[in-house]
Design a protein. Structure first.
Lengths: 201, 336
């Protein structure tokens, strides 16, 4: 077990607040009703990440990534299946559904902004609530499959991974996005210590 | 305060620096060119004076977060349009992708905004889309014509039926009709459908097989075709092969399963099992294959053809008898 129940509850609460904030920013920006459901939050290791994406095995994924550094280092990604990413972008910009593999440069820019809003709201809430000083890279878009996602976790030596699944609902469209925060062991210890301080307050 | 402006002027992207009140401090030459505003008109003024959208809360609130947690902010073209339009030429530097980051100069916090012109990319995408749309239009046109030609061939076969002369020739013409009809229906579904490279499997097979069953069923027969199919898209070639396999199996059942009776049934199940895998299972309630039956020896051209088509799709093929004759084919690719 990575966190005790109290720490897990607090983290879930903070992530939920972040997602709620992301929903508000998206609504303001798009002027249309988009809702993000309360996320289900899990902490897993690399094999748990692999199991979580078992259903998407062999399916192309589209993701937005922001790396962070400071008192902790790692990466935060918002991941969709490419089909869902395409449907979400088309729905938000009011285009007909285009049957294309992946996203072109303009549409990937749009997904980057959506990912940017969601990730910023989440990490902003996390760093504010837990007093973590972090700096971030500019968000970037990438495509790959589950295998590449797991290879990324290995490449950045992420021993602990936070998974937060949320549903994006816009008009009749309901799709699932997964926020993944990759932590090194040291970074996760920092998070745990910060959660300890937060709970003590 | 801000030195080394030459660096900002040397890069092929628009760069501006403003303070937390969105008062512009740096406006590089690229932005001068793209917007038509000289730096002398902009610097020292609030950004919203010439670009009023920066007075809107949805933009100011996101930029304010740069001073709280420092995470970069993106404004994409498709969501925000052009945030730095040219003052007279609407086409100049129109498609913009903007990244705002926090930037510190002498302990003072600023917002560094980088504006990329993606007009060229956008034009290339539009050109590619137009070419794709034209290709789709032409493909539909071809499908329409091929369907018409195949229907003409079916009419000729139908005319030939009157001169068949024997039951055997009639059976051959029936078999031929069923096979060609699978092609014709595929081209019709592709022509009418929303995709030119794939068809909805259940809709296509229903069209082909219900017509086939009706045309081959003996007059007065109450035999039924029961279709139980999941709804998913198959690549056009895969769908055609699946239809041909089903046509052969059902034709075979109609020929041999209902001898001496007016009722009976053929069931077809098309089930998506996992990701790209799917199963085709066809079963009748007749006497089954004779014990000595060996389709591989060429006793049945149709079933041999069904096996070849399954192999061509990389699937596994099995014929057997269990409460009637059955054909089971399993595939691991072809779903789109």
């Amino acid at each position: 077990m990575f966190l005790d129940p109290l720490q897990q509850d607090s983290l879930t609460e903070i992530v939920t607040m972040g997602i709620g904030k992301a929903g508000n920013v998206l609504n303001d920006l798009l002027g249309s009703h988009i809702s993000l459901s309360a996320p289900s939050v899990r902490i897993v290791d690399q094999s748990g990440l692999s199991l979580s994406f078992d259903k998407q095995l062999g399916i192309k994924l589209s993701a937005v990534e922001m790396r962070y550094s400071g008192v902790m280092s790692g990466s935060v990604d918002l991941v969709f299946t490419s089909g869902d990413a395409s449907r979400l972008v088309d729905c938000l910009i009011g285009e007909d559904v285009i049957h294309e593999e992946g996203l072109d440069a303009l549409r990937s820019g749009t997904l980057c902004e959506i990912g940017n809003i969601v990730i910023n709201a989440l990490v902003g809430t996390l760093s504010n609530m837990l007093n973590l000083e972090l700096s971030y890279t500019v968000p970037s878009y990438y495509e790959g499959d589950t295998g590449q996602l797991i290879a990324r976790a290995q490449e950045i030596d992420a021993k602990v991974i936070l998974l937060a699944e949320t549903n994006f609902s816009v008009e009749d469209l309901h799709i699932t996005g997964t926020i993944i925060i990759f932590f090194s062991l040291l970074s996760f210890d920092t998070l745990k210590a910060a959660l300890g301080v937060y709970l003590a307050q | 305060m801000i030195s080394n402006l030459a660096l900002f002027d040397a890069v092929p992207i628009g760069i501006l620096l403003c303070d937390r009140y969105l008062v512009v401090q740096v406006w590089n030459s690229c932005l001068e060119h793209w917007t038509g505003f000289k730096r002398s008109e902009i610097i020292g003024n609030k950004l919203s004076i010439h670009f009023p959208r920066f007075a809107e809360k949805r933009y100011t609130s996101r930029l304010e977060t740069l001073f709280q947690d420092g995470a970069p902010v993106i404004f994409s073209y498709q969501i925000n349009g052009s945030l730095f339009p040219h003052k007279t030429n609407a086409q100049m530097g129109k498609v913009q992708h903007i990244t705002a980051t926090s930037y510190q100069v002498n302990t003072e916090d600023y917002i560094l905004i980088a504006v990329e012109d993606r007009s060229e990319v956008s034009n290339r995408i539009k050109t590619a889309r137009a070419a794709l749309e034209e290709k789709e239009f032409l493909m539909r046109e071809i499908n329409h014509r091929v369907k018409n030609n195949l229907n003409m061939i079916l009419s000729i076969i139908n005319l030939q039926r009157d001169r068949a002369g024997s039951e055997k020739v009639l059976h051959i013409l029936d078999d031929l009709d069923g096979r060609i009809r699978s092609f014709a229906t595929l081209h019709e579904v592709l022509y009418r459908g929303d995709r030119v490279d794939a068809v909805q499997a259940d809709e296509y097979l229903k069209n082909v097989l219900e017509d086939l069953f009706e045309s081959l069923r003996k007059p007065g027969s109450e035999a039924r075709l029961i279709l139980d199919m999941d709804s998913f898209y198959l690549k056009a070639k895969t769908a055609l092969y699946i239809a041909l396999i089903a046509v052969e199996a059902i034709t075979n059942s109609i020929k041999y399963a209902f001898n001496g009776r007016s009722d009976g049934k053929v069931e077809l199940h098309l089930k998506k099992s996992h990701q790209e895998s799917f199963l085709l299972y066809i079963q009748d309630d007749g006497p089954g294959f004779p014990p000595s039956f060996d389709y591989k020896s060429g006793e049945s051209l149709g079933l041999k053809l069904a096996e070849l088509l399954t192999e061509e799709l990389g699937g596994t093929f099995l014929l057997g008898t269990e409460g009637g004759a059955y054909l089971k084919a399993q595939f691991s690719s072809g779903i789109v």
